[in-house]
Design a protein around this ligand. Structure first.
Ligand SMILES: Nc1ncnc2c1ncn2[C@@H]1O[C@H](COP(=O)(O)OP(=O)(O)OP(=O)(O)O)[C@@H](O)[C@H]1O
Ligand SMILES: [Mg+2]
Length: 287
């Protein structure tokens, strides 16, 4: 099946006072919890940012407008500020806002469409990537090892070509000169082809130039730059995980259980372990 990529149609639903509201198919798709969960897993978004939207970024009215405007006009964004000020929240908000305008729509539930269909691959390739700057540096570095199955070009292509990428926490790690050079290639390609990118950092541009790299500083300088100067939200106390976060954790637990299924037999309530001959034996209880 070919992926559908037409302009989103709109459809009518009612708001709380019964007034009809026209919503695009993208917005409707994004309001479905199952789709949100799928996107969180595929994009790699940390679960605690699954509900972070520009709408619920408190106390930053002007900054919110600037970020939304940058997303609308396809500009990249550089968010900086001290810890807990809401940079990752704002970056996630920008990502969800981008999805409201660009979510790839795949014809729903056609017979024969499975998780492995080309249309689904296409849709996933058109989804954003959420990553940490230091993680990409480490991924690049690991391709240098002879036993690595990933190639440096593969890593560059993945991050350079994705339609929207968040590089969170720029500056926590510097990486080797070579990894940084490859990282520069990614940043440069994204910037040159005007692929929207969000960078977040505890550092301002001058510090990025001094601590990390002057070329990366220069690329970030071209972005829409927003400083978040509010209070540290993490000091406001512990938040209970929301229903959505609990469901995401449950999905993850189930996925782990699925992935170990072929290796372990389910053996009822008793605790079992493998002995040195590969035989299941009852494990003495630890408690
Ligand atoms: N202005 C805000 N409105 C609503 N929630 C916020 C706000 N600022 C922070 N939070 C919440 O507080 C937590 C910490 O915020 P966040 O992770 O965005 O901080 P950060 O600036 O990225 O910090 P760091 O520099 O340590 O990465 C998140 O759960 C986020 O949703
Ligand atoms: Mg952060």
């Amino acid at each position: 099946m070919e992926p559908t990529n037409q302009a989103p149609q709109t459809t009518q639903t009612a708001n709380s006072s019964g007034q009809p509201v026209a919503k695009s198919l993208r917005v409707l798709a994004l309001e479905q919890p199952d789709n949100i969960k799928r996107i969180v897993h595929v994009v790699g978004l940390p679960f605690d940012l699954a509900e972070s939207r520009l709408d619920n970024l408190i106390g930053y009215d002007d900054e919110r407008k600037e970020i939304a405007n940058a997303v609308r006009t396809g500009q990249s964004i550089f968010l900086h500020g001290r810890p807990g000020r809401g940079k990752s929240h704002a970056a996630a908000g920008a990502m969800w806002f981008w999805l409201r305008r660009n979510l790839p729509l795949v014809e729903p539930l056609q017979p024969g469409v499975t998780q492995n269909s080309p249309a689904v691959d296409f849709a996933q390739a058109r989804l954003p990537i959420w990553t940490r700057f230091s993680k990409v540096l480490r991924e690049i570095q690991s391709t240098y090892k002879a036993e690595s199955s990933a190639s440096t070009d593969g890593v560059v292509a993945r991050y350079a070509k994705a339609p929207f990428v968040v590089f969170d926490d720029l500056g926590t790690e510097k990486g080797s000169d070579w990894a940084l050079q490859v990282m520069n290639e990614i940043v440069e390609e994204r910037s040159g082809f005007m692929r929207p990118t969000v960078y977040t950092s505890n550092f301002d541009l001058v510090e990025i130039g001094d601590k990390i790299d002057h070329r990366i500083r220069s690329r970030c300088g071209r972005c829409c730059r927003v400083e978040l100067k509010g209070t540290d939200y993490r000091l406001n106390g512990r938040r209970e995980p929301s229903k959505l976060m609990q469901e995401l954790l449950e999905d993850e637990r189930r996925a782990v259980a699925e992935s170990i299924k072929p290796k372990f037999r389910m053996l009822g309530e008793k605790k079992w372990t493998l002995d040195e001959n590969g035989t299941f034996v009852e494990k003495p209880s630890d408690y």
